[in-house]
Design a protein around this ligand. Structure first.
Ligand SMILES: C[S@@+](CC[C@H](N)C(=O)[O-])C[C@H]1O[C@@H](n2cnc3c(N)ncnc32)[C@H](O)[C@@H]1O
Length: 209
């Protein structure tokens, strides 16, 4: 396993302490291309493939765990993904403090931590206040995509998304997903081997894309 010191985060990985609040994505990426964000990118399988496949889009990844953040940032760098940036941050905090209104074309959330114990449900990412933030940060016509293997969490996600201002649409399977995959992330590949079912939902913000 690569050690933390062998991973190079610069210039993809950014220090939130040096970033303006709110962010200016066009200034950050040096172009006005649409921005897609992934929360909880883990080892960065999805974001790396997506950034390679869509060089005319910018990708911004948020990851809380230091080792995963370093691994994904190093991987994006090794793959020459100049259209990607990442931060190590707590996503609800970062979104609230840094992400401007109407600034994201897509928000990807794949296999968010399910926090299965009832007393931990309050730690789940996808809750009513978070959906208000999602509605704030998406551009009109912008899309939210969520996939989980956890039935109970999916029921909560489904209720919260359907109760929000977003409109549920058909889930869009990313182009980098291999045959039989819903999205193509590390966790999905691990869970496929265990025979787990997957649940996916997508929703868009009203207005012209
Ligand atoms: C189950 S893993 C899924 C990783 C990846 N999306 C995949 O499918 O392979 C959940 C990821 O979300 C990250 N995470 C959990 N809470 C977070 C938070 N509040 N902010 C940012 N990342 C978070 C975890 O560190 C972990 O890498």
């Amino acid at each position: 396993m690569q050690t933390r010191n062998e991973m190079i985060v610069e210039p993809i990985g950014l220090n939130p302490d040096t970033l303006p609040r709110p962010l200016d994505f066009a200034a950050l990426f040096g172009n006005p291309n649409p921005v897609e964000m992934e929360i909880g990118m883990g080892k960065g399988t999805f974001i790396t493939e997506a950034a390679k496949a869509r060089p005319d889009h910018n990708f911004f990844g948020i990851e809380w765990a230091n080792w995963f953040w370093r691994y994904a940032s190093d991987r994006l760098r090794r793959n020459h993904c100049t259209n990607a940036r990442t931060v190590r941050a707590d996503a609800p905090f970062f979104v609230r403090e840094f992400v401007p209104d109407a600034s994201l074309a897509v928000l990807h959330v794949y296999f968010p931590d399910p926090w299965p114990k009832k007393r931990h449900h309050k730690r789940r990412l996808i809750q009513e206040p978070f959906l208000k933030e999602v509605d704030r940060i998406l551009v009109p016509g912008g899309r939210l995509q969520v996939v989980t293997d956890h039935k109970d969490y999916f029921e909560q996600i489904d209720t919260v998304v359907k109760g929000s201002k977003l409109t549920v649409v058909e889930y869009d399977r990313p182009g980098a997903a291999k045959e039989g995959e819903v999205v193509g992330t590390n966790f999905e590949r691990k869970y496929i081997a265990e025979g787990r079912p997957f649940y996916a939902i997508a929703a868009v913000k009203s207005g012209a894309a």
